[in-house]
Ligand binder design. Sequence first.
Ligand code: HEM
Length: 163
Amino acid sequence: MELPRADSSVRPQVASLFEQAGGIEGLERVLADFYDNVFVDSMIGFMFAGADRKRLVRLEAELTARLLGATEIAYSGRPVGTVHRPHRIFGGQFERRMMLLSEALDRHHVPVAVRTAWLEHNRAMRQQVTVDLGAECDGPEAQSVARGAGGLPLEEWSPGESG
Ligand code: HEM
């Protein structure tokens, strides 16, 4: 009788969320598709007129890599609050972007653990991105993760700074 060999094929292998996402190339593939749709979206596309799509894909891939645990990858963009504040983004526009992102994650069959972490971390950044200071549009899941994105290369945007 042949016994199972003690090699890597029978040892449990747990890939990190970043690996499950296909590394930086996997993230860039999803984000390129996502931004293709964002740029032409009837609700939020106008906000990206003149924005550099390739640069956005690269910077957001870096940011997302870090969200997924690849802290060895540096985020070379500007702080998220600083970038978005001049655009005066409302809660509905934030939700529209979340929907486009979740559709892109579906199209690319992103593993559920990666999908959940990605969407939750983006949702946790809502207060840095939008001018809606109240939480009246947030669901309970947003409340529970709002302080959960520790270690990010992001600045805090306190209500006092919103102008
Ligand atoms: C959690 C959600 C979001 C994340 C993680 C995110 C991430 C980013 C990143 C990494 C950049 C590039 C930063 C840089 O240029 O240095 C960027 C730029 C930008 N984002 Fe977002 N973003 C989010 C939400 C939104 C929303 C909801 C909108 C509008 C509906 C938006 C509109 C823009 C625009 C227009 C730029 C280009 C800004 C410029 O070049 O002046 N973002 N975003």
